[in-house]
Ligand binder design. Structure first.
Ligand SMILES: Nc1ncnc2c1ncn2[C@@H]1O[C@H](COP(=O)(O)OP(=O)(O)OP(=O)(O)O)[C@@H](O)[C@H]1O
Length: 263
């Protein structure tokens, strides 16, 4: 038995997932072994179709592995889902246009049967966390794309799960907005001590955000490199100009290239 304090929050052992399609089997994940410790910020990077989203969906019990095991907070993925162990942030903010920002954040809480008072205090708290306090009564279309994405992060934080699963949440935003959201996400991570699994296509984003970078390669989707970042947890944006940062980015790029050569 592993000690609870040091046991990984997410653990994948020999995970395989093959989709049966009309065109034959698709090996979305092959022999994936990965431990994520409490409080880590782990980015998954790799070309389209290498299984990044599939891996997050396995963690979230939205896909079932063909073989191997996944545990989340020491539980099966099904038990972890039922225990609301994580919040999930998608690429598109996915806010309902006819609900206010507060109404969108409340929706899952309403469905789960939280009291009105609890809903209100949770909405207030998470809007503060994502710096949208003044926008509770606005509708999504009254907010910029970056603000909408922050609202969707607030919604994922509302039931106070320890784990945040984020699938390319900033992919559709321009660079400046993305930089600002990256900084805010790191601040939020430092304040809340969440464990974050984050999918991205951007090398600088992965290196800037992560304590661990998981490089994946396609056909079949597998892990080709795992890089434990030596960068300090406190990271101003200009850390991206340092030799340490550039060196890690270089290693990620090499890993991505090696994956392509296997094609
Ligand atoms: N439900 C499904 N049925 C059949 N094939 C699927 C299904 N979901 C994903 N796939 C296939 O599995 C592979 C991995 O897909 P996945 O979406 O996990 O990749 P990804 O790395 O997240 O890609 P992207 O960066 O484009 O989002 C792809 O070849 C995809 O077409």
């Amino acid at each position: 038995m592993r000690d609870i304090a040091t046991a990984p929050v997410i653990s994948a052992q020999n995970l395989n997932l093959t989709f049966q399609t009309g065109d034959g089997p698709v090996h979305a994940l092959k022999d994936v072994n990965l431990d994520i410790a409490k409080g880590e910020f782990v980015s998954f990077i790799g070309p389209s179709g290498c299984g990044k989203t599939t891996f997050l969906r396995v963690i979230a019990d939205l896909e079932q592995p063909t073989s191997g095991t996944i545990s989340v907070n020491g539980l099966s993925s099904e038990a972890a889902r039922k225990a609301r162990a994580y919040g999930y942030v998608f690429q598109a903010a996915g806010l309902y246009p006819w609900r206010t920002i507060a109404g969108n954040i409340k929706l899952p809480l309403e469905i789960m049967g939280y009291s009105r008072a609890d809903q209100d205090s949770r909405v207030k708290k998470v809007l503060e966390l994502v710096e949208l306090s003044g926008f509770a009564r606005k509708f999504p279309w009254q907010l910029s794309g970056g603000m909408q994405q922050r609202a969707s992060i607030a919604r994922a934080l509302a039931f106070d799960a320890d784990i945040l699963l984020m699938d390319e949440p900033f992919g559709a935003l321009d660079e400046i907005v993305r930089d600002r959201l990256n900084e805010q996400l790191l601040e939020l991570w430092a304040r809340t001590e969440k464990t974050i699994a984050f999918v991205t296509h951007s090398i600088p984003e992965a290196v800037y955000l992560s304590t661990k970078i998981v490089v994946m390669s396609p056909r079949p989707g597998r892990i080709s490199d795992v890089i434990d970042s030596p960068l300090p947890r406190e990271r101003p944006l200009d850390i991206r100009d340092t030799p340490e940062f550039i060196e890690i980015a270089h290693r990620v790029r090499e890993g991505l290239r090696a994956g392509h050569l296997d094609d």
